[in-house]
Design a binder for this molecule. Structure first.
Ligand SMILES: NC(=O)c1ccc[n+]([C@@H]2O[C@H](COP(=O)([O-])OP(=O)(O)OC[C@H]3O[C@@H](n4cnc5c(N)ncnc54)[C@H](OP(=O)(O)O)[C@@H]3O)[C@@H](O)[C@H]2O)c1
Length: 263
């Protein structure tokens, strides 16, 4: 019989979640720990990483670093390499958004978002290539999961120009990295979340009921929705997904009816 009990387990796996201290990253870190993984929780603020790791238990370890620069990505990778000989699962989740009217949209709001959302996933994956390669085998590929967004798949009304562009870029970068890294038994995929309550998505956090009205499933996403998708991709169950973006949004992208134009 097929061993369904182990299909979604992550026992003995080592994972790193950037932006794991809160929001979507924390949801994923919690799911990984509950599935048996050892999870390094990373973000800029050491106190936030420590508090989250303490809440998630002894298999969660704080590893604070700023990944907005290439140097920061390399420092995080070196810190991890000093503790672990291999890395089974990398979740590139840390991200930022910037909204401002088109006329005044500043260079700072462009660079901050493109650096953290596009450049960092690439250079952190590059810096961790050796550890990921050490973990990947044909029977058990290592995993890189990029957290993209439905804003990279369709427009919304916010004037978040660099954010839209960055998430679309990361969905495509997921495919290009997947093509290169498959030969090293490292499978790269992405999750495109819809509305999840967080510091970044204050609308979902503070006005969830009104946000839910526009979502076909009639609710915003919760921790189990995000953890479920991430555990699927990270575990044996998701081994045959390569370069894929899994949309987890209650149907906004794939089950919304457009406006009628013929009356
Ligand atoms: N929430 C949603 O509805 C939604 C929808 C689609 C996509 N997403 C994506 O999901 C990811 C997480 O978003 P979220 O909503 O959970 O946002 P959030 O609550 O603002 O969390 C962002 C996380 O990233 C960390 N971070 C920010 N800058 C960093 C840096 N330079 N280096 C390292 N860590 C950094 C933050 O901790 P520190 O401040 O301590 O660094 C925090 O842990 C992002 O990529 C976002 O674009 C979110």
């Amino acid at each position: 019989m097929m061993d369904i009990a182990s299909l979604f387990r992550l026992d003995g796996r080592v994972a790193l979640v950037t932006g794991g201290s809160r929001g979507i990253g924390r949801m994923i870190a919690e799911g990984f720990v509950a599935s048996g993984a050892k999870v390094y929780v990373s973000s800029r603020r050491a106190d936030a990483c420590e508090a989250t790791a303490a809440a998630l238990g002894p298999n969660a370890i704080p590893l604070p670093h700023d990944v907005s620069t290439v140097e920061g990505c390399r420092t995080l990778a070196a810190d991890l390499a000093a503790r672990e000989p291999r890395l089974d699962i990398l979740v590139n989740n840390a991200g930022a958004a910037w909204g401002e009217p088109f006329e005044n949209f500043p260079e700072k709001g462009w660079d901050k978002v493109m650096d953290l959302n596009v450049k960092s996933p690439f250079f952190l994956t590059q810096a961790l290539h050796g550890l990921l390669k050490a973990a990947g085998t044909p029977e058990r590929p290592a995993k890189v999961i990029n957290i993209t967004s439905i804003d990279g798949q369709r427009l919304n009304a916010w004037e978040t120009y660099s954010y839209h562009a960055s998430k679309s870029a990361l969905i495509y970068l997921t495919k290009r990295l997947a093509a290169r890294l498959a030969r090293d038994q490292i499978h790269v995929t992405s999750i495109a979340p819809g509305a999840f309550a967080s510091d970044m998505n204050k609308a979902a956090r503070d006005h969830g009921d009104s946000v839910a009205k526009a979502i076909p499933a009639k609710r915003i996403g919760v921790a189990e929705d995000m953890a479920g998708a991430a555990i699927f991709l990270a575990s044996r169950a998701g081994d045959y997904l390569v370069g894929e973006t899994v949309t987890v949004d209650g149907g906004l992208v794939n089950a919304s009816l457009g406006a009628s134009i013929d009356g």
